[in-house]
Design a protein around this ligand. Structure first.
Ligand code: TYD
Length: 134
């Protein structure tokens, strides 16, 4: 299965404009424990560059664009997020990097766990060990 899995979110568009609704355990495939968003990213900045032991997330680029790199220890795939109706699913034990943020990028992330600094894997070799790729 492809590393890049996306949710195509239903768009409610009318003469007023556009609306997307997110519901836990419905179009978002988990109970949402946390929401955060990244914006005002300076030129050339790379964010992420880590994996999580136990965390599922859906990333939605509400404005502008950025490029995600996902890596499961075997394959590395990329996707440009530039549409607020596309949600990128990021599963457990997936190395993620975010590059090429546009100055107007607002990246919202929904997560199935509260923030836990201990859940982060910051070292790529540790990540490979955990995924048993070395
Ligand atoms: P971090 O996850 O390191 O961001 P990135 O990997 O995208 O560079 O988070 C940056 C800071 O924000 C760090 O000090 C932890 C804090 N933070 C929270 O307090 N709660 C959260 O839910 C997240 C994602 C980060």
């Amino acid at each position: 299965m492809s590393l890049v899995q996306v949710l195509n979110l239903q768009l409610f568009s009318d003469e007023q404009g556009s609306l997307v609704a997110l519901e836990e355990n419905n179009n978002i495939p988990f109970a949402i424990k946390r929401v955060y968003y990244i914006f005002g990213t300076k030129p050339g900045v790379v964010r992420g560059v880590h994996a999580h032991r136990n965390l599922k997330q859906v990333a939605i680029c509400l404005s502008g664009s950025c490029r995600f790199v996902l890596d499961d220890g075997i394959n590395r795939e990329e996707i440009v997020l530039d549409c607020p109706t596309v949600g990128l699913i990021i599963n457990d034990l997936c190395w993620r990097e975010m590059h090429d943020f546009s100055s107007d990028c607002v990246l919202m992330v929904l997560a199935d766990q509260p923030y836990d600094a201990a859940d982060y894997i910051h070292d790529y070799q540790d990540f490979l060990l955990l995924t048993k790729q070395i």
